[in-house]
Design a binder for this molecule. Sequence first.
Ligand code: DAH
Length: 332
Amino acid sequence: MDLNPQDLLAEAAAAADAATTLDQIQAVTGQFLGKKGQLSEAKKQLGALDPEARKAAGQELNETRQRLQDLLDARRLVLQSAERAAQLEGERLDLTERLTELQRGHLHLVTQARDRLEDVFVGMGYHVAEGPEVETAWYNFEALNIPEWHPARGSFDTIFVEMGEPESVMLRSHTSPVQIRTMENQEPPIYIVAPGRTFRTDTADATHLPAFNQIEGLVVDRGVTMGDLAGTIDAFVKAFFGGEVKSRLRPSYFPFTEPSAEFDISRADGSWLELGGCGMVHPNVLRNCGIDPDIWQGFAFGFGIDRLAVMRYQLDDIRELVNNDVRFLRQF
Ligand code: DAH
């Protein structure tokens, strides 16, 4: 028999190694194990041998076929898994890339300012209080020492709601009614801030919005003085704006405080900017809430949060806060 199994196996091993695709290994397999392969040819010659030699040669051919088969199978498995890996790699979706493309939002700058204000006052031991946006004349005016005949009532540019007696129900024109609601429900000592939405008939312009935000502060305790008020405002201003900014009080008038003041903060150019109103809670206001002014004293303050945001971020138009232009909002 003119077949050398060692040579044949070596030849097949080399051809299998040279094959780099499943198609190629398929072809190599056909070449060595197919009907026209050397092995099949050798098998045909077996018949010419005598029985003894035929048996030995047949056995050798079978062994050789088996070893060829194993060798080619092993190579096919390697190529198969390589092709599968390449296919998977090609179909892979890069999800991390997708994630970084998505833009995350953030809190509106008025909300940020409000949160910071709350943080500063909570840090000084205050609680956060809330009240309704629709109020009665009692809470918005009367209990705050602004009777119906009072000229200050006109200065609030109130938006009334058509319910009950004319001008008896309204959108609150300041957060001061929360002072009354708190004192009605809580025994002194009281230390609260009350942020929230307020409304006036103002037409929107660069410095006004008809719906805006205020924050109210109220302290009721024994032996509270104007000095405590000034110190509190100064501490707040430093905590909110940083150490450089100074504050001052200027005499003013509000029906619900006596004495009353407006408070200003210093600007980089040395000028002063009005931030809000404050004063010692008027004895009538304490009495209206069932609190004895001979035992308890209080101070209060209130100012606009939107204006504070305008100042802090140096905006030139307060309407930017409600235009909802994301190109603007994204900057903060
Ligand atoms: N409520 C006043 C306003 O909206 C602001 C204000 C002034 C609030 C003096 C106070 C205060 O608590 O004591 O104009």
